[in-house]
Write a protein that binds this ligand. Structure first.
Ligand code: LRH
Ligand code: MN
Length: 430
């Protein structure tokens, strides 16, 4: 397997921290043992945890006001995969990459698949794009795509999604994520029922093209780019569309796609209860779809979401949603943010395994609100960093990914080897 960070350098970087980690880990083991948890079984589950990296997240992102390109930015999908391999090598929690088409459209899918395989990277859910017009495109998506009033525009969008599925099949992906910005900016501009009906017909046609072992993930979003109504505006519209479309059509929850303070963990519970919770785009936000690093603003919400997921898995161990990060890194090194965010999502997962569910159920049944919330906080307040560090160490990663990455000078090397392409605007989201 190709590894872009010298493995000896990585081991040397770990060696300096191993004895401190061992004593922290043993102290935590003793503490968890007193509460009836076996740290090694928690460690094993931490090692299994994986979250996909968005290909569009390794470039520097921006806003409509500006984008400030970082040094040594990836200029094409191959350099994006190089960076994704470094994230996986050091974090050992991101073995798959989620592509966005046409941003990542390869000339030769096999060449791309082999390029990823050298890093032992696989492709996660594919993302279609009918929220931008491509050069030479017949029908514009200005007024929508799968829900457009024009059949020609809808057919064009359907054809694009089917093309993305066919490409994904060649790359070994097993899911299509469909997010459309379709909606309106003014009352009266769009007929709510007609546009939703158009969307349902379009989604059904795409669904019928899916291979039998694929899922389709519908992503809702409250606003942007539409500022009055969005066709798939909330979990309700997404659930209805998934239910109408078919068994393997599920809803995807992007954390940033809700109004501030919406109870997302309850949406997770509802969608799962009715068998329609298909996956996540993890990020964080304070106001809108800020796409900030996961756990950077509201880590307790991230924990509460995993508390629901672990409760769901305690009833159905086969339940395995698609986990992806979907972030825009405007002021940090994207590789650092993605490694740190993957660890924050993994941390929320591990803490959810340490909730005393028997006690919690008892407090819920006896309406002991104080002890119920205290039971959750008891797990949340645990410092489980030694488990995350031990998982990385034992899987060949870095005890401290960001520190190791900085010491490796990888970004500086990229800066030398990747002279900015003056014609390219960059690879992050603007
Ligand atoms: C829409 C979204 C969607 C992606 C895009 C890059 O806001 O979350 O998941 O297609 O970001
Ligand atoms: Mn998203």
């Amino acid at each position: 397997m190709t590894q872009l960070i010298d493995q000896n350098f990585l081991q040397e970087h770990n060696t300096k921290q191993e004895s401190a980690l061992t004593s922290d880990y043993n102290a935590l083991a003793e503490k968890l043992d007193r509460s009836g948890f076996n740290i090694d079984s928690i460690l094993a589950q931490a090692k299994q945890f994986a979250v996909a990296v968005p290909s569009w997240g390794v470039g520097t992102g921006g806003t409509r006001f500006a984008r400030f390109p970082g040094k040594g930015e990836p200029r094409n999908i191959f350099e994006k995969l190089d960076d994704c391999s470094v994230i996986q090598q050091l974090s050992q929690a991101t073995p798959t990459v989620s592509l966005h088409i046409p941003w990542d459209k390869p000339k030769d899918p096999n060449e791309l698949r082999q390029y990823a395989e050298q890093y032992d990277l696989r492709f996660d859910a594919m993302n279609s794009n009918t929220f931008q017009d491509q050069i030479g495109q017949e029908e514009s998506y200005k007024f929508g795509s799968l829900a457009h009033s024009s059949k020609a525009a809808r057919d064009q969008a359907i054809a694009h999604n089917i093309e993305v599925v066919e490409l994904g099949e060649k790359l070994g992906s097993k899911a299509l994520t469909v997010w459309v910005g379709d909606g309106s900016n003014f009352p009266g501009q769009q007929h709510f029922k007609n546009s939703f009906t158009h969307y349902l017909e379009s989604i059904k046609e795409i669904y019928n093209s899916l291979p039998d072992d694929w899922n389709m993930l519908l992503e809702h979003k409250i606003f942007e780019p539409a500022f009055y109504s969005t066709v798939i505006q909330d979990w309700g519209s997404s659930y209805l569309a998934a239910k109408e479309t078919g068994e393997r059509c599920l809803s995807l929850v992007d954390l940033g796609h809700h109004a501030p303070n919406v109870n997302i963990e309850m949406i997770v519970s509802r969608l799962a209860q009715f068998g329609k919770l298909g996956g996540f785009h993890f990020n964080d936000s304070k106001y809108g779809d800020d796409d900030l690093d996961s756990g950077s603003i509201n880590p307790y919400q991230l924990f509460l979401i995993f508390n629901e997921l672990t409760d769901i898995r305690s009833q159905d161990t086969t339940y395995n949603p698609f986990y992806m990060l979907d972030q825009s890194h405007n002021v940090t090194d994207p590789i650092e943010s993605l490694m740190y965010s993957a660890a924050e999502v993994q941390r929320a997962f591990v803490k959810s395994l340490l909730v005393d569910r028997e006690a919690l159920t008892n407090h819920q049944n006896t309406n002991d609100a104080m002890m119920a919330q205290a039971t959750l906080k008891q797990a949340y307040n645990l410092d489980i960093e030694p488990i995350l560090q031990m998982a990385r160490l034992q899987e060949g990663g870095a005890i401290s990914p960001v520190a190791c990455y900085r010491a490796s000078q990888y970004r500086q090397t990229c800066d030398k080897n990747r002279p900015a392409d003056p014609n390219k605007t960059g690879s992050g989201i603007v």
